[in-house]
Design a protein. Sequence first.
Length: 391
Amino acid sequence: MTAPGRKLPSHRWVKVQRRALPVVTPLFAALIGLLIGAIMLAAVGANPLSAYAALVEGAVGSQNSIADTLVKATPLLFVAVGICIAFRGGVINIGGEGQFITGAIAATLVALYLDGLPGPAIMVVAAIAGGLAGGFWGGIAGVLKARLGVNEILSTVMLNVIAALLMNYLVAGPLIDPRQIEAGTRIPETARFPRSADLPRLLEPTRLHLGIIIAIAAAVVVWVLLWRTPFGFRIRAVGFNPAASLYAGMSVGRSAMMALAMSGMLAGLGGAIQVLGLDHRLYSEGNAAAFTGLAGFNGIVVALFGGLHPLGAIPASMLFGGLVVGANALQRTAQVPSSIAVTLSGIVVLVVVMSQFWANRRQHQLALPDALELEEPGPPAGQMAESHPQL
């Protein structure tokens, strides 16, 4: 029975809070981050209002700006959707960088060595190869966790390093552009892909390509898979409560492997789309970030900002893509050092990540009334399922 004198909050009000919390928390956190950034801008002598106006103008002020924002958002969205799968499955995937790179390597091999195929066939085969390569790379961490108990954070980080070194070796050795050897420059990059394999441009003469549509479609497919299929329910159930899932006969280890493999598959597909739609070659400057733009790590923040929901990751990726593009305009217009623009982005990211700890704690507090009500005559099973949107 409920403790005497204890008044439980309205079930409807609790339900409203649960649904609003994942949306309101990151927005409020981003606002706090921007306020901190305004203080920082004022400290270096810049007008915060003018600086932020330049940031917005740079992100969405013209056709080219909007296109660049969407181009930057594309790899972030692929990685973020994959991160959503992993986190919902109860595992932590820090290996988006490595999976992104391996997907790009596989797509590059297809584009360079199957250049006799028709262009559309190269695109499809390269995209599939990229997804499978990323899934394999993520699956390694899944197998290590399920079979040997290796912490997935450690294994995915180490796999990032291996993938980066592999890319550096390939573009500076076996896959280097023959023209670079002839010229004696030896710039670490592959030959350009056949132009027939370029993803179609959506808005000429901008760089916006079909990849953004593929990324949004992937997010929708993952949402359907996780929330509308028995397979997705098992993944989320294991992530929500592994002990109860194991008692119910679900394989926790297999779900962990599947979650990491599927997460890697999305990141690998993102790497394939990056080289097919934007770069048209694989390159390295001795640093993997030169190619990835740290999409593998920033995608984690995008996923958190989107409430670890595939559909929420769509606007979140566009917001962070705009932040990257707008920061460049802010630097030029407000005449602030490039380090200020980078720090501003970092502050927003840091505050958003910190806000998730509070949001998770609040979610547990909101779940307490349901736990107490279990001692009373409970609601129908369907209503009980609705009371736990985390599942």
